[in-house]
Design a protein around this ligand. Structure first.
Ligand code: DQA
Length: 156
């Protein structure tokens, strides 16, 4: 069974108590349970990780690139948090590791402050899911699975 890695970036460990009007009441553990359930339904193995440290996120993208190249992983669903808007290094890591990434944001960043409108990650991502709340996570996993099928020429 192929794997999908779900990576949550800075401050997403605070889900549930952090600005619930923006991010809802579900905790990171709730989100990870939703991701594992989506994996079971879609017949992929899902692993979830979270870090507040940019370098850890970069190391995980490199590792994921190696797993994709070895045929063991489809790619990554990533909520890069605020690093979305600041990190050329995440952009370079995704491109450098040739790892398919679905970028995800819980809130609709385009309806918020202007500094959230630009993403360094988006130009390197396969696709983007924005503003659907935590329900976006299972959708992003499904998007990665379905688009990987079409990338390998299998029927969708
Ligand atoms: C976020 C949006 C970012 O602007 C913010 O810095 C986050 C969370 C989201 O999921 O909506 O940490 O990525």
């Amino acid at each position: 069974m192929k794997k999908v890695l779900v990576i949550n970036g800075p401050n997403l460990n605070l889900l549930g108590t952090r600005e619930p009007a923006q991010y809802g009441h579900e905790t990171l553990a709730d989100v990870e349970r939703m991701c594992l359930a989506a994996g079971a339904r879609l017949e992929v193995e899902v692993e979830c990780r979270q870090s507040n440290h940019e370098g850890a996120l970069i190391d995980w993208l490199h590792e994921a690139g190696r797993e994709v190249a070895a045929g063991r992983m489809l790619g990554v669903v990533m909520n890069p948090g605020a690093y979305t808007h600041t990190s050329v290094a995440l952009h370079d890591a995704i491109k450098g590791a040739s790892v398919p990434v679905i970028e995800l944001h819980i809130s609709n960043v385009h309806a918020r402050e202007e500094f959230r409108h630009h993403s360094f990650v988006s130009p390197a991502a396969r696709g983007i899911i924005v503003g659907l709340g935590v329900k976006g996570y299972p959708l992003a996993i499904e998007a990665l699975v379905r688009t990987s099928e079409s990338h390998t020429g299998e029927a969708s």
